[in-house]
Design a protein around this ligand. Sequence first.
Ligand SMILES: [Zn+2]
Length: 266
Amino acid sequence: MFRLNRKNGVSYYTISSFEDTGLVRHGFSTREGGVSKGDYGTMNFRFHCPDTKENVLENFRIMAETLDMDYKNIVLSKQVHEDVIHTVTEADRGNGITRDNAFTSVDALITDKRNIPIVTLYADCVPVFFLDKRLHVIALAHSGWRGTVKRIAMKTAEKMKNDYNSRPEDILAAIGPSIQECHFEVSDEVAEIFIKEFGADTAVRYGAKYHVNMQRAIKKQLSEAGIPAENIDDSGICTYCNSDFLFSHRKTNGKRGNMGAFMELI
Ligand SMILES: [Zn+2]
């Protein structure tokens, strides 16, 4: 279950199954609690947009403090809608925060190192959280429609199995706030890809147009990787439906900030 928390004026979601393990600090931000203004207001983690770098860094600082993480240790992804999964080490501390982002293509982060917050960014695309509760491995995957077609969620789970010997039954997974079937209208071409790759129930006709259900396609991938259905949590929260509270690229025609998924092993 995704739970909404409020602390120091910051609103953010946590996943109760992850909290119950006591192994991680984590959260998925909303628009509330930051210093940015207007279309980017207020908790924006998007660099390279009309919002200032100072605001974005201050938002990272506030969010880290709220989640009891060390801001200087954050490792930020470099999302380009590909399927590269980066294994985070001590050397990555501060990447994209205290220094320039050294990555060129990183849509998922994975680590077994403690006290290194990994962060991925969102505004409609699907955040997928992973936690091996037996071996203490965490991962975050950014799964937009392209990443979903590239099966980045499945590949992340497979990497946990291959590189860390994770057993699928020990992996908890959670699908965070993102654009849902109600609002994710796509071209016929994209719909056909989903139908072919993931089945007819992942692209549904709404009148003349198809709407894609990325979350359903991702759940199928997680099952394919062997993760039991009872280990998978789906927030069911639509960013487009809640664009006053959550950033939505579609709803705003791109005039929006980014939300962040934050997680670290304790
Ligand atoms: Zn919606």
